[in-house]
Design a protein around this ligand. Structure first.
Ligand code: MG
Length: 292
């Protein structure tokens, strides 16, 4: 099932999207059962493997404004650094990595950082270029995991039982701030720097360990990879984070970006106002945003 949060005539609702038909079918109990809130829905149905009842009549997609599936996460988004081999190499060799020496390419353990909830914007929203604080904005196409059943001390073998579904995230990064402040938080958390969506595909809907991930900047293909090439796979990430941190329904783990980001080029190719970044992941749709 593909779930969306959308706005129609100023009111937020939850629905099922049928991308082929170009329609959204409102969830019957969006307001009464879930208060039009995706995290509340996830709390009620943490392992959703049935189709929830919807209105029989769909709404044309162009009649609504899609929001991020979880427009206001309740806490920071967990993110993973250097989780594809070729990207780990390009990042470490770029000179923008304050956390390791050149040549120290592949981490021994997952690198976990977070982005503030205020970074989240929707498919179609503009990404502010933050020219007052950064001149080096970069894109990172990523597969994001949405936690269903929470828990602490989750073992790899049970990890997928805790996944509600998946979506696309663009971990937009201010490289100059990431380097300047050594800790990555500021460079990763500027307002509007986490486009997410357009929908959540429930876990039964996609094979998360074999998904093509592609990213274009102004129609030029920059990233082209597969989630099977993650250095630390989804079960390892869930086990690592939950060892001492309780994961909760609706928590988001963005699994890291493959090679082909702007700093992978020599000279680096940073984003500029007017640039359009488009990300596609098999089964998860298209996430497109313009830099302004
Ligand atoms: Mg990233």
């Amino acid at each position: 099932m593909k779930l969306v949060t959308y706005e129609l005539a100023g009111a937020r609702s939850l629905g099922r999207i049928d991308p082929e038909a170009g329609k959204i079918f409102p969830l019957g109990e969006s307001k009464s059962a879930y208060n039009d809130d995706m995290v509340t829905l996830i709390e009620r149905h943490p392992a959703l493997n049935t189709v929830l009842p919807t209105d029989a009549t769909g709404i044309d997609l162009d009649q609504v404004k899609l929001l991020a599936p979880i427009p206001c996460p309740r806490k920071n988004i967990f993110c993973v650094g250097k989780n594809y081999f070729e990207h780990a190499q390009e990042f470490t060799q770029s000179g923008f990595d304050a956390t390791s020496k050149r040549g120290d390419n592949v981490p021994d353990n997952p690198i976990i950082f977070t982005k503030a909830p205020t970074t989240v914007i929707a498919h179609g929203d503009d990404v502010p270029c933050h020219g007052e604080s950064s001149t080096q904005m970069d894109y990172e196409a990523e597969l994001a995991v949405i936690i269903g059943t929470g828990g602490r001390g989750i073992k790899k073998a049970e990890a997928f039982d805790h996944v509600f579904g998946y979506t696309i995230a663009n971990d937009v990064t201010a490289r100059d701030l990431q380097l300047k402040h050594r800790q990555w938080f500021i460079g990763k958390s500027l307002d509007g720097t986490c486009p997410m969506g357009p929908w959540i595909a429930t876990a039964d809907d996609v094979d998360a360990e074999n998904l093509t991930i592609q990213c274009w900047v102004n129609s030029e293909l920059r990233q082209d990879a597969n989630s099977k090439d993650l250095i630390f796979d989804i079960p390892t990430l869930i086990e690592t984070i939950s060892l001492g941190i309780t994961l909760e329904p609706g928590d988001i783990i963005s699994t890291g970006t493959p090679a082909g980001v702007g700093i992978g080029f020599d000279p680096p190719r940073f984003l500029a106002p007017g640039d359009v970044v488009k990300i596609e992941i098999q089964g998860l749709g298209t996430l497109q945003n313009t830099i302004t």
